[in-house]
Design a protein around this ligand. Structure first.
Ligand SMILES: [Zn+2]
Length: 259
């Protein structure tokens, strides 16, 4: 991912409050379109200009051809706070984060995230590299807000259950593990929408931990259709189960090791 600096100049007197509102509106719009990642964007004020550092999925992320109607509107509204259009400077590759998938059609893709990942939750099935959301046609209402919101909630549940320090642990785990929860249903519906829009088979990831013993976990059936769905070897060292009919993948319960 690419660390990028955005600079906005003031062309007339303005207030910090107005600038703050317009810049945060723009960052929200960019985030909900997958053009910037993360949720916190410190704004530096210096000599009549404002600077933000953001992480973008790829070098071309802020090109106008990817802008959603929401981003275009937020850019137009900068003038209301007497701000110029942003100057964009690429600072370099962020060593802590993954590179984006090449811009090609994968044979399959998967909606997969964890609480430590800030990148796109849509992954190339062939390489598991993240596919920037702005490259896709809008999922709903002009951008990908519904996917970003789903990811934020999934990660919150994952963080709670990984921490294991509160009663919320089991509630969080249930949301990402049980096919009957609203979060699971929403994610599964989103993968269907993405499959429809891209024409690429798109899977949803079921998180799995616990279980009685290794043998019963190895023969665990697909949670949707009940069919056998185990693969010979895990894909990307994660997905040991894959149901083509239900478009689901899952791991061997993290309580057990394959070998
Ligand atoms: Zn199935």
């Amino acid at each position: 991912m690419i660390l990028t600096e955005l600079t906005f100049e003031c062309f007339d007197n303005t207030t910090v409050d107005a600038v703050d509102r317009k810049l945060n509106g723009l960052m929200d719009a960019l985030r909900y379109n997958g053009q910037v990642l993360g949720r916190e964007f410190p704004i530096l004020m210096q000599d009549g200009q404002f600077q933000l550092r953001v992480v973008c999925p790829d070098e071309d992320a802020l090109q106008p051809k990817y802008h959603s109607p929401q981003v275009k509107r937020a850019l137009q509204q900068l003038a209301d706070a007497c701000l110029t259009q942003p100057k964009v400077r690429l600072l370099g590759r962020d060593l802590n984060s993954e590179q984006a998938a090449p811009n090609a059609s994968p044979s399959w893709q998967v909606l997969y995230t964890t609480f430590v990942h800030t990148c796109s939750p849509l992954r190339c099935g062939d390489t598991l590299l993240p596919i920037p959301l702005y490259r896709l046609p809008a999922t709903f209402n002009g951008d990908h807000k519904s996917v970003v919101k789903w990811q934020t909630e999934w990660q919150a549940c994952d963080e709670l259950q990984m921490a294991g320090a509160s009663d919320a642990e089991f509630a969080g785990l249930n949301e990402i593990q049980s096919p009957h929860t609203r979060l699971f249903q929403r994610g599964w519906d989103l993968r269907g929408r993405i499959e429809y829009l891209t024409g690429i088979p798109t899977y949803y990831y079921q998180y799995r931990v616990g279980g009685k013993d290794k043998d019963s976990e190895l023969t665990r059936p697909c949670p949707k259709c009940g069919a056998a769905w185990r693969l010979d070897t895990p894909l990307h060292d994660i997905f040991l189960f894959k149901c083509e009919a239900c478009r689901l993948v899952s791991n061997l319960s993290w309580d057990f090791k394959l070998t």
